[in-house]
Ligand binder design. Sequence first.
Ligand code: UT7
Length: 323
Amino acid sequence: MTIRAVVRGAGHYLPARVVENSEFEATLDTTDEWIRSRSGIERRHFATETDTTSSMATAAAQAALADSGLEASDIDAIVLATSTADLTFPSAATMVQAQLGMTGGFAFDVQAVCAGFVYALSNANALILSGQARRVLVIGAETFSKIMDWTDRSTCVLFGDGAGALVLEAEEAAGEASDRGILACDLHSDGRLRDLLYVDGGVSTGTSGYLRMQGNQVFRHAVEKLAATAHTAMDRAGVTADDVDWIVPHQANIRIIQGTAKKMNVPMDRVVVTVQDHGNTSAASIPLALSVGRARGQIKDGDLLVTEAIGGGLAWGAVVLRW
Ligand code: UT7
């Protein structure tokens, strides 16, 4: 017998403001056709005046709790993946803890940019396997609209805001690939590649800064590294491409999603795709896709999922789990 971190519920929140590609044509030298064909993005949500990373994270967490039938008081820990916390500190996770009315447990942020949610899942899994927590809220939430340079057409058309959350719970299992829950994690980073994707502000500059990206260079690393980390995680879990019901990838670019699926030998009808409606929501993109995939009826109880993501750092990784 062993312990597994099993998904009990999922939820998400998207801000009410929806911006179509065509809206950028008025202020930038770009077209709906360019954005759609190069990235697969058609529209994205942007935070309204009342949305913050912590408020969106709280709304997603409440939806995940409702889906799981649990209360905030049942939760031992909150692990929140974000690069756009409301303030430098305290963590957005502790703000969510307060907004949920939790008076116990512990909460912290994980900062691994677009790979943040796979890092957060891996951390939450470790907390559960080590017995430090029994029920963990794992959240990805971002307000990338706050770090966009609206004059830079090569980045500002690609990103969006939102939040998604899972409730994980410890469950005894046989210790086999057929178990429900997280079966394997694989994480990597290479800090030598920091200049490919970074924000040019922080405590060293006294500003919050703007996102800078060499998109085509990141693209070059993405497919190769994502397929490799997914294969490593699948080997560790003892599963093959034929066993996979759904790839739930980071939603940055449809061409990266297609290229990675091809390298993994998984057809596109077994890939959850939301990039057309959300754009790249960084650490929020995988939990958003998980929750939307559930709501669409794609992801069913017992399905085997592979999630994979890459972003600033560079940092990347994959998690294999059975819903
Ligand atoms: O989530 C974190 C990880 N991030 C990613 O995974 C993003 C990875 N990269 C990408 O998704 C793609 O590289 C992009 C969508 C960012 C760009 O696509 P690309 O096919 O790699 O294009 P490119 O950067 O090579 O640029 C091609 C051309 C350039 O013009 P020239 O130099 O060929 O004349 C750009 O200036 O497209 C131009 N361009 C645009 N044109 C119209 C760049 N942005 C735009 C735009 N509208 N918004």
